[in-house]
Design a protein around this ligand. Structure first.
Ligand SMILES: [Mn+2]
Length: 263
């Protein structure tokens, strides 16, 4: 009998300490990730990065694809999630790798080919172990998180206030891809709509997905994807301090999107 696969939609969590370091789209930039983690004060202990003040790491998703060290980045987050109380909401790239591992038909493009190339170089047993571990980790995580008495929301693409605490196919799509206009651009990609411009919620929404020149607060939302893999920055948001910490990325991939790359 086929094992039943279950995806978690969202989680509402409460911790005594609400101190988080939320990390933007990494896309295989392992060196930059470790530099950033160290700048945030994490120390390596028994293979895990632990913060002396018990802070937690959260990824807004898109950990792999496009960059040079995709598997290292995935291992980092699988370890942190499994053994160190970190969270990792689903990015569209994370979801695509999951669907690939499920055996679904996915297009091997937009950087996924780089992750699969690293994976193909592994011996078969290691590859299979990686697949099992990734799927298990993915299924332990969800599309969006509500933390700190619902004052903090973490999602990859976007989340309107009325979607918080709810779930549907439409909400799922917005979580992964943000809002789209229904039109496509000249490259055949769905045209993105700036959902944050019409956000009117009380919760602070921290997200990524769309490259912006700087992490700027817009209607109590903040996009922390500054295009590290394109030579921009890998950004962390310290919550509740609301401090940004950044590491400059090397230009590993060429940027074709419609966001604004940092100078
Ligand atoms: Mn991304």
């Amino acid at each position: 009998m086929k094992k039943e696969r279950r995806e978690r939609n969202f989680r509402i969590l409460e911790f005594r300490e609400n101190k988080y370091d939320i990390i933007g789209d990494i896309h295989g930039c392992y060196e930059e990730l470790i530099l950033l983690i160290e700048q945030l004060g994490y120390e390596k202990k028994d293979g895990l990065y632990v913060h002396p003040e018990g802070r937690r790491l959260i990824s807004v998703g898109d950990v792999a694809d496009k960059g040079p060290r995709n598997l290292d980045c995935l291992h980092f987050w699988m370890d942190q999630v499994t053994y160190n109380g970190a969270f990792w909401v689903h990015g569209n790239h994370c979801n695509k790798l999951y669907r690939y591992f499920l055996g679904n038909h996915v297009r091997i493009s937009h950087g996924l080919e780089k992750t699969l190339c690293e994976l193909d170089a592994l011996p078969k047993e290691e590859r299979q172990a990686f697949r099992r571990r990734y799927m298990q980790c993915y299924e332990s995580q969800c599309y969006y998180l509500l933390l700190d008495k619902k004052r903090l929301a973490i999602v990859h693409g976007g989340l309107q206030e009325e979607s918080m605490g709810n779930f549907s196919g439409r909400i799922r799509a917005v979580c992964l891809y943000g809002e789209t206009t229904g039109e496509t651009d000249e490259n055949g990609r769905p045209q993105r709509r700036d959902w944050a411009a019409s956000y009117h919620g009380k919760a602070l929404v921290v997200y990524g997905h769309t490259v912006t020149a700087a992490p700027i607060l817009v209607n109590h939302t903040v996009d922390i994807d500054q295009g590290c893999v394109y030579g921009g920055y890998l950004t962390a948001l310290r919550y509740p301090e609301m401090e940004f910490v950044q590491v400059r990325g090397k230009p590993y991939a060429e940027y074709h999107g419609d966001g604004v790359l940092p100078k």
